[in-house]
Write a protein of this length. Structure first.
Length: 160
């Protein structure tokens, strides 16, 4: 399944609209992420809060935590930037340890575990903002991977 993640340009807040294959709104994420900390709340199309993306305080490398909105103590995923020439992040989704690696131009990203692909993120630049195409095989994990894609966008391109 493909999801299209669009960052709204010229907003004071960080806002992302996530569209499904048919062009219908599937999720929204909004909040404010700064260089040191911040948070986003992800909602489904009905407006119910699903999860919270928090940026943890780490001055050298970006670090994010995704938690359930209903139970903030329940950590769904973490994402930690690693030192590398190419964009590279270490992910923890549930009990799985995954890696997110990008190419040198930071336009193509793969999420995999021991060389087995789990998801793919493609970045396309538009005139008024960025669009990411997220390919996920398991629809149940789509909100977590959408939050990871918004964290990736913040870590690489909008880290103010």
């Amino acid at each position: 399944m493909n999801l299209f993640i669009r960052k709204k340009a010229y907003n004071l807040l960080d806002r992302y609209d996530i569209l499904d294959d048919t062009g219908r709104l599937a999720y929204t994420a909004d909040g404010f992420l700064t260089r040191l900390k911040g948070s986003l709340v992800m909602r489904d199309r009905a407006g119910a809060e699903l999860l919270t993306l928090r940026k943890d305080l780490n001055p050298l490398f970006c670090q994010y935590t995704i938690a359930s909105f209903e139970n903030p103590e329940k950590i769904l995923a973490t994402m930690r930037q690693q030192f590398s020439m190419r964009p590279q992040f270490q992910l923890s989704v549930g009990d799985d340890n995954l890696f997110l690696r990008g190419n040198l131009r930071a336009t193509h990203f793969d999420i995999f575990q021991k060389e087995e692909p789990h998801a793919r993120i493609l970045r396309r630049e538009l005139r008024w903002g960025e669009t990411y195409i997220l390919s996920v095989s398991n629809i149940q994990e789509a909100p977590v991977y959408c939050a990871l894609a918004t964290a990736l966008d913040n870590a690489l391109f909008h880290n103010r």
